[in-house]
Design a protein around this ligand. Sequence first.
Ligand code: HEC
Length: 322
Amino acid sequence: MKKIKLLLLFLFVSITAFAADEKAAAPVTPAQAGLGLNQSEILIIILLVFAVVLLLVSVTLLNAFKVMYQEQLNPTPYTKPVKEPVLDYDSWLKQQPVKPSIWTKLLSLRPIEEEKDLVIDHAHDGIKELNNPVPAWFNFLFYGTMIFATAYLFYYHIGGYGDLQDQEYENEMARAKIEKTAYLEKSANTIDERSVKFDNTPTVLEEGRTVFTTNCVVCHGDKGQGIIGPNLTDEYWLHGGSINNVFKTIKYGVPEKGMISWEKNLNPKQISAVANFILSLKGSNPAGAKAPQGEKYEAKDLKDNEMKTPTDSVNQANVTKK
Ligand code: HEC
């Protein structure tokens, strides 16, 4: 303690000396030296700090003396350290508390030593029954189903938060309808001359008529009777009369003969629609029809080329694609 005290004293003295030194070396005004304090102020601060340190040291010393005094009055008896016996592994293992595994807990297994307590006192042909507890997993499931049922009842029937079967069915059908339309829309736009199908549903024909009126009447006439372009209502075709051929002619055109390619201006769905519309004109015999050109087209595959008459009037409206 004394040493520390001396050390501190030395420290402070040296700091003061250092500050004084600096002041002597640099020609500064007294106000600027040592954080704007003059020498006597610094001295007072140092003395204050010293007093505080002294106080702390004295308190510590006091405590130390107290302890020594107490020890003098009633000394703590000296006890020899007990030597623990060295165990081998087996006896150490026996001392460890037995902890049942999760498996044992789940199955509510009892140790074999307790078997005699579990025996129910009735027997059949010497076979005894044990009163084993119900396994934990079973109870877990059993009460779990009850909790689940309550929650289910509340969620679906009382609270009405979830949709019931019927509603779910409706939702799913609605979703499927949207998906179906999207799919048809998409697939309609990937049609080419190989995959195009004959389709005479009113919506398709109507779309085809619109395309025809806006793009084709100048050359083929408003009824397809033919002006510059050939008659599209007869059975004679320059480039084939199947849906695939007509589609192909419209798509790629016959540029050298004045029929332009429509690939850039019409999307595949529109081409397919107008092709179907043209096929629907077959046999309409408009007034002032141009004389037949090309070869008579004999439909090889009736399904592809013969006009379908809507037989199933109920489904007709729903069918958008064959
Ligand atoms: C600029 C005039 C012109 C326009 C517009 C035009 N076509 Fe043509 N089209 C022709 C000519 C000319 C031919 C005959 C080509 C030939 O002789 O090979 C033809 C041929 C066709 C053929 C083949 C007929 C056959 O006998 O094989 C089809 C189908 C056809 N056009 C559909 C259309 C459709 C659909 C449109 C509108 C999207 C259209 N055309 C617009 C001039 C036109």
